[in-house]
Design a binder for this molecule. Structure first.
Ligand SMILES: Cc1cc2nc3c(=O)[nH]c(=O)nc-3n(C[C@H](O)[C@H](O)[C@H](O)COP(=O)(O)OP(=O)(O)OC[C@H]3O[C@@H](n4cnc5c(N)ncnc54)[C@H](O)[C@@H]3O)c2cc1C
Length: 289
């Protein structure tokens, strides 16, 4: 028997009063299928610290499911990061997604202001200051981080995060299962054994899917892009097609060794739950039927 699969749902701190009003019901609906945890993103440049904390509190209030903050470090000071870690520890947080975060406009990682430049430095800092008090998840890029000069250099940087003490990784969204399997093969050759959970973005539209992929450097296969474009004025047909494409992706991943799935919910229960149902995942102890 291998380790149990891990299923998690990502939320972001709502940016509008309407978004805040809808969040509790989305959390409750998603919680009903028994995820391992909800993670909550953290805005670029340290701008949304309060939002992350408030959303964590909302998760606990409306679901009782483990709530996991993302923590970004670029542009931040050691004192500021230390204060956030203390606050999370006091609140009973057991796991953190440790990230660099998006760079301020026109900065490079090395030139960005602040005392941290890479996620590996944040991972080291958490381990030095809190030992094993937190499980640490980091980001992985099967199709390469868009600012990296090459897949090999990016992989070395991933390895640095693992050596600094990451317990697991969540991937950037992707629609090519082979990119994930290639990444896992490289992990195997490098002796990296931490679980790398695929990040899954449900497909709900043409324009937003193209934008998400362009924003993070993910390849949207030509045939998928063309079909979405063709179906963009027929929402039910587009959503059915998107559901089928992402269901097949998830099935391929799970049947070939992926240790779970991390869903980018965009604070909407519907698309993720439709996928969950189509995959035949069972509440509480998810396994493929
Ligand atoms: C699962 C997931 C969750 C995310 N959540 C958030 C969030 O909540 N908030 C947010 O703002 N963003 C979030 N992001 C986006 C993320 O912050 C960006 O992708 C960011 O550009 C890189 O973050 P990282 O932690 O992967 O950085 P790093 O691992 O530091 O890598 C960044 C770049 O620097 C390079 N690099 C790393 N170390 C070195 C080094 N020592 N020398 C030279 N180059 C190096 C890497 O190859 C890469 O190109 C998330 C991404 C993922 C996949």
């Amino acid at each position: 028997m291998g380790s149990p699969l891990s299923f998690s749902f990502e939320l972001f701190p709502p940016r509008t009063p309407e978004g805040a009003a809808k969040l509790p019901s989305a959390i409750a609906e998603l919680a009903a299928v028994g995820p391992d945890y909800f993670s909550v993103t953290h805005g670029a440049g340290g701008s949304a610290q309060e939002g992350t904390y408030e959303t964590l509190v909302a998760v606990v209030e409306h679901s009782g499911v483990e709530a996991v903050p993302h923590l970004t470090c670029v542009g931040s000071t050691r004192a500021n990061i230390a204060a956030q870690l203390e606050r999370y520890r006091a609140a009973g947080v057991k796991r953190i997604v440790a990230l660099r975060g998006d760079l301020p406009a026109e900065a490079t990682s090395a030139s960005a202001p602040g005392e941290f430049h890479y996620a590996s430095e944040l991972v080291s800092f958490i381990r030095e200051s809190h030992g094993d008090a937190f499980k640490i998840q980091v980001a992985a890029y099967p199709e390469m981080h868009p600012q990296a000069p090459s897949p090999a250099v990016d992989f070395e940087n991933f390895r640095r995060k693992v050596e600094a003490g990451a317990d697991g990784a969540l991937t950037q969204l992707f629609y090519n299962a082979d990119a994930y399997f290639d990444f896992m093969e490289r992990c195997g050759k490098a002796g990296i054994t931490i679980p790398v959970v695929p990040g899954i973005m449900p497909i709900t539209g043409f324009a937003n899917t193209v934008r998400f992929c362009a924003g993070c450097g993910a390849d949207l296969p030509r045939w998928v892009r063309l079909r979405l474009e063709q179906l963009q004025d027929d929402k039910p047909a587009l959503q059915e097609f998107g559901l089928e494409v992402v269901t097949r992706l998830c099935e391929t991943l799970l049947r070939n060794g992926a240790p779970g799935l991390h869903f980018y919910t965009i604070n909407q229960a519907g698309p993720t739950l439709r996928l969950w149902k189509r995959l035949g995942l069972r509440a509480g102890a998810p396994t493929l039927a």
